[in-house]
Every structure is written in structure tokens, then in C-alpha cells.
Design a protein around this ligand. Structure first.
Ligand code: HEM
Length: 192
């Protein structure tokens, strides 16, 4: 089994978000057992395509200077090692989104991912010399491309239109749910 640099799933501090909060958020995004089932299928569909998905997403980040800046030095030089290490964890995140039970360990890692986008922990994991946070507005806005670009990959393994739609909707909900959880790491959390 290969070890992923900086991937600390199962070893994080307890999230300030409770399982009850999670339950409310799941209700808000209409996330239910059918979505869990559709995500399991999406995991099987995406497993062999993870690198291709990452190529699309990294292409998108690389093509947008305001996004690439989060991975670049103050002089504007992309930090290749940082991009590469985060890429591997991003790939694992695709499979975790599809396959992990959304339990306490998952909730704890969600909070950790949130922190890693903020000045609390950005750059720490990879000792990167890059901006100290990713603006929340950009994280929210990225929900759209992270969702829209997944559909062709879900279509590629011969599933019915109905199955593809179910996987796509479940993916969309799972991404919105996670970004809502990550938002807890921004500010003092009082109004989260
Ligand atoms: C890290 C997903 C938005 C920049 C990560 C990781 C994931 C992720 C899974 C790795 C977490 C880990 O360490 O295990 C997402 C998703 C987003 C989003 C799903 C929106 C829906 C953004 C945006 C930017 C960004 C808009 C700006 C370019 C970064 C950076 C890291 C990172 C720089 C590394 C943070 C660190 O230093 O640890 N993201 N992200 N992300 N993301 Fe995002």
C-alpha cells in the first residue's frame, strides 16, 4: 500500500461540527441512501479515470491565474512540488467522496481540509511558500467546474442515462455538502 504525503485521514482532531449538524446539512442538500448507493457506483466508474479527471482540473487551475496564484510563490512562480503533492491527495479525495462512510472520521477530515484552505493550515502540510489562504468565494465558485466536468467521466463506462444522472446528482450534492462543511474553518465559526 502506498502512503500519500500529508494524507491524515483517521488521524485528525475532532471537528467542531457535530454529526447532528451533518445530518441537518445532508437533509438540506437532499442527500439520502440512494445518493450513497450512486456514489459507490461512481467510485467504481471513476477509479480508473482519476488521473484523467485530475488532468482536467489541474488544466483548469493552470489556465486561471487567480487560481494558480494559490499554488505559487509571492513572485508568481508555481510551486511544482506543492502542486504535485496536493494532486495525489486530491485524487484520493475523489475516491473518499464516493466510498467513505460519512461518519466521525470523515467529518474530522472535512474540517482538516477546510483548515488547509485557510490561514490556520494552508501550506503547512507541504511546507509551501504560497499565499496563506484560499478565498472562500473561490472555493464556493469551484463547486461548478468540479461538478460539471465530472459528468463525461461518469458517462464513459457504459451506464444507463438514469444511472449517470443519479451518480451526477449524488456527486453534486456531496461536493456542496463538503464545501458547506469546509466553510466552518473560515472566520471564528460563530455564524457558520
Ligand atoms: C487542497 C478540494 C477549491 C486550492 C485541496 C484538497 C482537496 C481540495 C481535496 C486536498 C486536501 C488534503 O490535503 O487532503 C477542493 C474542492 C474545491 C476546492 C473540492 C471546491 C469545490 C479550491 C480553490 C483553490 C484551491 C478555489 C484555489 C486555487 C487548494 C490548495 C490546496 C488545496 C492550494 C492545498 C492546501 C494546503 O496547503 O494544504 N483542495 N478545493 N482549492 N486546494 Fe482545494
Amino acid at each position: 500500500m502506498s502512503v500519500i504525503d500529508g494524507y491524515t485521514y483517521g488521524q485528525n482532531a475532532t471537528s467542531p461540527v457535530t454529526l447532528d449538524d451533518l445530518s441537518d446539512l445532508r437533509a438540506s442538500v437532499l442527500f439520502g441512501p440512494d445518493d450513497e448507493e450512486a456514489l459507490r457506483l461512481a467510485g467504481d466508474v471513476l477509479e480508473s479515470q482519476v488521473e484523467d479527471v485530475l488532468d482536467v482540473w489541474y488544466g483548469f487551475v493552470g489556465a486561471n491565474p487567480h487560481l494558480l496564484a494559490s499554488f505559487s510563490t509571492p513572485e508568481g512562480q508555481p510551486v511544482e512540488q506543492y502542486l504535485a503533492r496536493v494532486r495525489v491527495r486530491f485524487g484520493q479525495w475523489i475516491l473518499d467522496t464516493c466510498r467513505r462512510p460519512y461518519d466521525q472520521s470523515w467529518l474530522d477530515y472535512q474540517h482538516e481540509i477546510g483548515l488547509r484552505h485557510t490561514s490556520a493550515k494552508k501550506n503547512h502540510t507541504d511546507s509551501a511558500n504560497a499565499p496563506s489562504y484560499v478565498a472562500l468565494r473561490h472555493v464556493i465558485a469551484l463547486i461548478y467546474p468540479i461538478t460539471a466536468t465530472i459528468r463525461p467521466f461518469l458517462e464513459r463506462k457504459g451506464h444507463s442515462a438514469e444511472q449517470v444522472e443519479a451518480m451526477f446528482q449524488a456527486w453534486f450534492k456531496a461536493v456542496v455538502l463538503q464545501v458547506a462543511l469546509w466553510a466552518r474553518a473560515y472566520g471564528d465559526g460563530k455564524e457558520w
